[in-house]
Every structure is written in C-alpha cells, then in structure tokens.
Design a protein around this ligand. Structure first.
Ligand SMILES: Nc1ncnc2c1ncn2[C@@H]1O[C@H](COP(=O)(O)OP(=O)(O)O)[C@@H](O)[C@H]1O
Ligand SMILES: [Mg+2]
Length: 326
C-alpha cells in the first residue's frame, strides 16, 4: 500500500502437526496444516488471511506470534526471527484470539487489564493512565469495575482487544476478531481495528468473512488447505473475476453429483452450491454465460430447475473461484 518498510516477512512457512495418537479420529496421521506460505506485510498495513475453516489461518498466526514452532521455512517480525528472536520479539507484539478464553471472569475489566499489564511489566506510574485510556478506547469505561462474567459477548471481545494493547504492540495479530459477534458489535470492532491502523499499528488478521476482508484489509491472501491461492488488494481480487459472469440456478434436486458435473464443464471455473431447505442455489463462475446456458440447462434437465439467470460476479465469487481453483 505505502511501499513502506517490511515488518513481517514470511518465506515458505510450513507446519506439519505430528501424528496424534488417534485423537483426531484419522488413524493418527500427521497433518500438513500450513504448506510453504510466503508473504510480506508493510508497516501500518492491515493484512488479512482469508480462508474457510481448517485453512491454516490460526496455525499461521500462531507461528508468527511465536506460540508455535514452524516445521520448516522462516518468518521474521520486526526483523526478528520468530524462533531464535522470540524472547526479544514478544514484548513488541500481541495476539488477540476471538472467543471466551484468555480473560479472568471473576475479575473486573480493569483488574484484567492490570493483571496483563503486570505480565508485560508496564511501569506502575504509567499503568493507571494506560488502562484508563484503553478502557476509553474500547468503550468500557463505565463497565470497568464490573466483573467480566457479567459482560456481554461484545464487551468481552472489546476487553480482549484492550488486553492485546497493554504493551503498545508495534504489530498486532488478530485471529478472527469478529467471530460469533452480532452485526453491530462486529461493525464497532472493525471500526476500532481501523482506528488502531490509522495510528500506525501494523495489523495481521484472519477472517473467514469475505466482506470483512474487503472492508478492512489493504491487502489480503486467500488461503485454503494450507496454501495461498491468491494475494492482492480487495480491488485486484475483484478484477480477477471482472471478465467472468455468473449463472445462478435455483433447483429442487441438485446434489453433489451435479455440482461436480457442472464444475467439470469446459468454460466453468468454479461452482458453489448453497443447500437450503428443499431447494438449492448454485452459482457457476463462467467465461461466457450465454454460450453455456444451453449446456447447463441440458445437464440439469431432471433436477426440477426453478430458475436460471445471469448475474454479475461479486467478491464472494472471486473468493470461491480462488479457493476452488482446479
Ligand atoms: N493441534 C493440532 N493437531 C493436529 N491437527 C491440527 C491441530 N490444530 C489444527 N489442526 C489441523 O490443521 C488444519 C488447520 O487448522 P487451523 O490452523 O486451525 O485452521 P483455521 O484457523 O484456518 O480454521 C486443520 O485441518 C486442523 O484440523
Ligand atoms: Mg482458526
């Protein structure tokens, strides 16, 4: 974006989880969770890792924030190797994961921040003001002295974010920051992330929400099955489907077999099917919709088709095309 200093440099980063003795019901096979991932993030950028569940996002962010040791490849953050430089690196970064864990529910919001400030050895004199400022920033000033167990989901998430800021990190890692939050709280959280970025913080976040990546990220990498499928600005991602069109079909008896047949047609680059109550909605990314409609219609002849229409591609379609790359 700003062509600025490189703050995160990732090269062929790989993580193989060792065979867990039958814990995962897969006969204890090892798992290649992150497969030779490479990317750079510049100072002040919001960079997103976008991908479906199981893509390897959390594994990647844990390796970059020194919580997990890579199997191979390398990564530096702020010029420090995430393995050999981890002790120096830790005070300068922070990680916020979504969900309920990592806070002390019996303590108040303020007490939680005091506890985490002490862990980072924030000096006594600075601590009180720092915590007051953070509570203000995340809108928890009035709830500061209430126990966290009384907090709503959104308040907990905001406290999580404040916790991630107690050490003034130069790089902030956010793992699915709006997962499970209601739309309004998600919106507030995104606004807060943007404010942090405007102050110059470098942010790497993961999400499986397309629109969130679109709205927040300067650049993003689309990741699935541990591999990066595409990288660029949200705008350039949309460009990649600009010359495609979409055939959208609603039917009553469309199954996995037809999905595969559609995907195998020449001229089709991706198919997604939403299975709804008693009907299915398929979106087919194609290079030439008018030319393909007869073939598609013939293929679905006995599938109780309700409608077929041509649509413009969205960022969602770009994403589906990249994640399902043939
Ligand atoms: N501790 C673990 N042991 C074995 N496999 C794991 C472990 N953690 C995650 N995995 C597997 O690695 C893959 C990537 O997981 P993860 O990084 O959590 O993906 P994401 O955050 O994108 O959902 C998944 O297939 C997951 O089941
Ligand atoms: Mg995850």
């Amino acid at each position: 974006m700003n062509g600025g200093e490189t703050v995160i440099e990732v090269k062929d980063l790989t993580k193989v989880y060792p065979a867990a003795a039958r814990l995962f019901g897969d006969g204890g096979r090892e798992k290649l969770a992150v497969d030779r991932v490479s990317f750079d993030v510049h100072r002040g950028e919001i960079f997103g890792l976008l991908g479906p569940n199981g893509a390897g996002k959390t594994t990647t962010i844990k390796m970059l924030s020194t919580l997990l040791i890579p199997t191979s490849g390398s990564a530096t953050v702020l010029g420090l190797d995430v393995v050999s430089g981890s002790v120096k690196l830790r005070p300068r970064i922070n990680l916020v994961s979504g969900g309920e864990r990592g806070l002390y529910f019996r303590l108040t919001g303020r007490q939680n921040l005091e506890f985490f400030s002490d862990m980072y050895r924030v000096p006594r004199e600075a601590k009180k003001k720092k915590i007051g400022d953070l509570l203000e920033l995340v809108g928890l000033t009035e709830a500061a002295d209430i126990r966290v167990e009384e907090y709503s989901r959104g308040m907990k998430q905001r406290l999580h974010l404040a916790r991630g800021l107690v050490n003034d990190p130069e790089v902030l890692f956010l793992d699915e920051p709006t997962l499970g939050l209601d739309p309004e709280i998600s919106r507030e959280t995104r606004a807060l992330i943007r404010r942090l970025s405007e102050k110059g913080m470098t942010i790497l976040l993961t999400t499986h929400y397309m629109f969130e990546a679109d709205e927040l990220c300067d650049r993003l990498a689309i990741i699935s099955d541990g591999r990066i499928r595409a990288m660029g600005s949200p705008y350039s991602m949309k460009e990649s489907v600009r010359n495609d069109s979409i055939i959208e079909i609603e039917a009553r008896e469309l199954g996995e077999a037809q999905k595969k047949e559609l995907a195998d047609l020449p001229g089709v680059s991706a198919v997604s099917v939403e299975f709804l109550e008693g009907r299915q909605l398929a979106r087919i990314v194609v290079d030439d919709a008018p030319a393909l409609i007869p073939t598609v219609a013939a293929l679905l002849e006995n599938r109780k088709v309700i409608s077929i229409r041509v649509d413009q591609p969205t960022l969602e379609d770009a994403y589906i095309k990249m994640v399902n790359a043939k």
